[in-house]
Design a binder for this molecule. Structure first.
Ligand code: ACM
Length: 549
């Protein structure tokens, strides 16, 4: 495919059946779209109808979305049957039969728009698709920027839609670098537009502890700050000497959780253990195995510091988790479990005594014991754990969901054992990798190469799984580790458009994906929205390069 000529690519594009849907450009691609004759024009006399009070919040979000078409907002009224003209009718109907809770349908006629679903979430997704049927100028928040004579036309279409996977996630590491609440909300807004439903918030690390815990204030007073940060590539040996840090107060966390909930996104907090815990140990060294001074890490990598498996440590972690579960209603709590070197446990009399007491074979079984205890504790509070695939070493905790990142083999093994799996293999789902050849034009990154096409073509269900085993693959996630992302703008550059490609992997029917049509029609069109939304996406969508790659 190296010299695949551009002309053939363009010919394919021309022949693509989706080219029939000029003007309909929705990402992720819906299950079915039927385009009819005519359009609906949104005018000032529009009314938003709701079938029940339960979906007033969604109607208000719709009103916010339509702000530049009428800054006064449209009236929101109850309506039980049908509307005549100039309406958007949000119809929550529990009698609709669908196997998919998040399914929705949209009917646009010349007189109005009807969005139906059996759930509030489905109504919300219908609104996100309607948003993408409107001209991109709908994304402005300042009416004075909208062209004066714009007509808010929506093509007459019928859409039936539901997601392929239940778990559709994006992750953000706020520990290597810290991002303020305003940025986190912007990130959540973008995820919601592309129908992601999980935000994995990576809150603790060697380089910083980012969540206020009232019982242990030093976690943020001390653990939230580092003295310096590595400059340039790993191993450069150069440091900026600038104190760096920050954290979210519990009030801010509540605000973000509420914001995400309104956008039908569940936040899964990650509290890392037993490794990646240097910042916590800098604040409370008594939970380490050795009487030594720990300091918040100033460079990247895997560190030997690890929580000691003492009763005091378990009490501490249970106290921390008590506050975490108060803040996050998520069924899942992510407890990390990755990259935990066992050297300190090998050398610690406390760790060795636990191994002896519990009849464990080695330090891997000790990690399994550690994770199992935490799982039991969280289960007793009605929560489930997710861990990185290392939690399988030494024995997998009974109800754990595995996040497979070192390729897919951990996920395959876990699915065969009957555990739920979220696929996030580093080759295709690590958005901290380069997304184009690392030339001088590319900003510094951790390494690796994961192109937009690699993401788009990713298939989360491995062939080696039987149909029954495949059911344990509940979805997939894109990971955004921020060692080399110092600003929100850089996060946007690395995450977009790769997250957009992933949204289609997660939502759209497997056999409906079409790379060239995605790349050239819908991605180009969604960029017009992102330009208005001020998103610093990477422009790696050159057709020639994308085809040859
Ligand atoms: C990981 O990337 N260490 C989960």
């Amino acid at each position: 495919m190296k010299n695949f000529p551009l002309a053939i690519g363009l010919a394919l594009l021309f022949l693509s059946p989706l080219s029939a849907f000029q003007g309909v450009s929705i990402i992720p691609k819906p299950v079915s779209i039927t385009q009819n004759k005519g359009t609906f024009t949104l005018e000032k006399k529009l009314k938003i109808y709701i079938s029940s009070e339960e979906i007033r919040q969604e109607a208000e979000l719709l009103n916010n979305l339509l702000f530049v078409t009428n800054w006064k907002g449209y009236p929101i009224e109850r309506l039980e049957t049908t509307a005549d003209s100039n309406f958007i009718f949000l119809k929550l109907d529990s009698n609709l039969s669908s196997d998919h809770e998040e399914a929705y349908s949209i009917n646009v006629s010349e007189s109005g728009v009807e969005i139906s679903s059996q759930t509030r979430t489905g109504i919300f997704y219908g609104i996100q698709s309607l948003r993408q049927l409107l001209p991109p100028e709908i994304e402005y928040t300042d009416p004075s920027l909208v062209p004066k004579n714009i007509v808010w036309k929506i093509p007459a279409v019928e859409i039936r839609d539901h997601p392929r996977f239940e778990y559709r996630g994006m992750h953000l590491d706020v520990a290597r670098h810290f991002f303020p609440v305003e940025f986190v909300k912007k990130y959540i807004d973008l995820l919601a537009m592309y129908k992601f439903n999980r935000f994995h918030w990576h809150l603790t690390e060697d380089q910083g502890w980012r969540i206020e815990i009232k019982k242990y204030p030093k976690l943020t007073e001390i653990g939230g700050w580092r003295d310096s940060t590595l400059i340039g590539n790993y191993g450069s040996g150069r440091y900026d000497g600038i104190r760096y840090g920050g954290y979210y107060t519990q009030q801010e966390i509540k605000e973000v959780v509420q914001y995400a909930t309104e956008r039908h996104i569940t936040i899964i907090p990650e509290i890392e253990m037993p490794g990646h815990s240097t910042a916590a140990l800098a604040a409370y060294p008594e939970f380490g195995c050795f009487d030594k001074e720990y300091s918040v890490a100033t460079t990247w990598g895997v560190f030997e510091d690890i929580y000691c498996p003492s009763e005091a440590t378990f009490s501490f972690l249970e106290d921390v988790l008590d506050e975490v579960i108060e803040l996050f209603p998520s069924e899942y709590i992510h407890i990390g479990g990755d990259e935990a070197p066992k050297k300190q446990w090998e050398e610690s009399s406390i760790a060795q005594e636990v191994i002896r007491r519990e009849g464990l074979k080695d330090e891997h079984e000790l990690q399994s014991y550690f994770i199992g205890r935490i799982e039991k504790y969280l289960n007793s509070k009605g929560r489930q754990i997710i861990g990185w695939d290392e939690i399988m070493e030494g024995g997998l905790a009974p109800g754990a969901t595995v996040m497979s990142w070192r390729g897919e083999s951990g996920g395959i093994e876990a699915a065969k054992m009957g555990h739920d799996v979220i696929m996030t293999p580093n080759a295709s789902n690590y958005f901290d990798h380069f997304q184009a050849e690392p030339t001088d034009e590319e900003p510094i990154s951790i390494g690796g190469l994961t192109t937009l096409k690699d993401v788009y073509e990713y298939e989360p269900v491995p062939e080696e799984l039987s149909e029954e085993e495949a059911k344990f693959i509940i979805g997939s996630q894109g990971n955004v580790w921020t060692e080399y992302m110092h600003s929100g703008a850089k996060v946007e550059y690395m995450a977009f458009p790769r997250a957009i490609a992933l949204s289609e992997v997660l939502w759209s029917p497997k056999d409906s994906k079409e790379w060239i049509e995605f790349l050239d029609l819908r991605l180009t069109s969604t960029f017009e929205r992102l330009n208005i939304l001020g998103v610093n996406y990477a422009e790696h969508f050159d057709v020639k390069r994308a085809i040859t790659r």
